[in-house]
Design a protein around this ligand. Structure first.
Ligand code: TRP
Ligand code: SF4
Length: 328
């Protein structure tokens, strides 16, 4: 039986953190076994907001590939590729831009939000407005059936579906309508209790040395009501407790009860977490380090993946051009 196609991607913004891992990557690694998976690095997408800072792209790219492979994405199971290496996607983007009404793009909820948020930069460009159209071309080029995305990306995916429908209506059935694949990801807050995000400086990454991970755990924000060791705590407001749920599920209940009763101190609680977290972190960290010693190999992996992606893209584009009566 033909396997369904999955596609997802991420921008090369540097090394990934544990929030990225549990929010997406862990799920991608699992999906590889049951679907034909395409995972890509969205360097063109990075340009929609970062067109003036491209110098970091090559290094960010290498770091991201090392993270992907170290976390278990497997080039023998999935097609791992770089968006800018598939020119067919640019062609599809052009063609889709002809049929995408401006009003669809302008009413996209993230459009006005981001423009008002990015005060220090002018992103009122053609490319940024067309971002959902670029995303549609990513998905439709590979005729993906499912797209694993977070809730924040749902409006964009809905636009991709509308664009696919409009294309099929105008020129005949070429594209499946991509469905979202929402999974209940594990929630891991940042070390300060807010959402884990690079811009909040509250992340733990696989690039961090074990000593750094230990220090970050010791500095994590806990229940402010616990000043003395025997104060009764409220573990549900504590980020250490949220981490225990992910990395130390077997002791999670017990830790919650001891915290509430005031029989475990925060330092002891953090020490336990250090060990459990490092048991998970260390092998990935080491693997990543080892992969980064051979950067040419990493580039080779992405080049080979991009060659595979291009074949699939070329097949789709033959159908697209024929449907649109382009060519001789
Ligand atoms: N929009 C996503 C992000 O900014 C990345 C992305 C681009 C994507 N194209 C996609 C995700 C297609 C899923 C499918 O992180
Ligand atoms: Fe958090 Fe543990 Fe301290 Fe309770 S004992 S507040 S769970 S660090």
């Amino acid at each position: 039986m033909e396997r369904k196609i999955i596609l997802s991607g991420a921008r090369p913004t540097g090394e990934i953190h544990l929030g990225n891992y549990f929010g997406a990557l862990e799920n991608w690694v699992r999906l590889q076994n049951d679907y034909d998976c395409y995972f890509f690095i969205a360097d063109w997408h990075a340009l929609t907001t970062g067109y003036d800072e491209t110098a970091d792209l090559p290094e960010n790219l290498i770091q991201l590939i090392a993270d992907y492979l170290a976390c278990g994405l497997d080039p023998d199971k999935s097609v791992l590729f770089l968006q800018s290496q598939i020119l067919e996607q640019a062609e599809l983007h052009l063609l889709l831009s002809m049929i995408t009404p401006l009003s669809w793009l302008e009413r996209c909820p993230t459009y006005k939000d981001q423009i008002s948020q990015m005060k220090n930069k002018d992103i009122t460009t053609y490319g940024f407005l067309g971002y959902p159209c670029l995303m549609a071309s990513d998905i439709l080029t590979y005729r993906a059936d499912f797209v694993p995305v977070g809730e924040d990306q749902l409006p964009h995916l809905e636009l991709s579906r509308e664009i696919a429908r409009r294309f099929n209506h105008l020129y005949g059935q070429v594209f499946p309508e991509p469905q979202p694949l929402l999974t209940t990801a594990k929630v891991l807050p940042g070390t300060d209790g807010r959402k884990m995000s690079k811009s909040y400086h509250n992340t733990i990454t696989f690039a961090d040395e074990p000593e750094t991970v230990r220090k970050k755990v010791m500095s994590m924000v806990t229940d402010p009501a616990r000043i003395r060791k025997d104060d009764k705590g409220h573990p549900e407001v504590c980020s250490v407790y949220a981490f225990h749920k992910v990395f130390n599920a077997e002791e999670w209940d017990e830790i919650g009860a001891s915290c509430r009763a005031g029989t475990i101190g925060c330092v002891a609680c953090k020490k336990k977490l250090q060990e459990k977290l490092l048991a998970f972190h260390r092998p990935i960290h080491e693997k990543r380090k080892q992969l980064l010693e051979n950067r040419d190999d990493l580039r080779r992996v992405i080049r080979a993946g991009s060659d595979k992606a291009r074949q699939k893209a070329a097949e789709t584009m033959i159908d697209v051009r024929r449907a649109m009566h382009l060519g001789l």
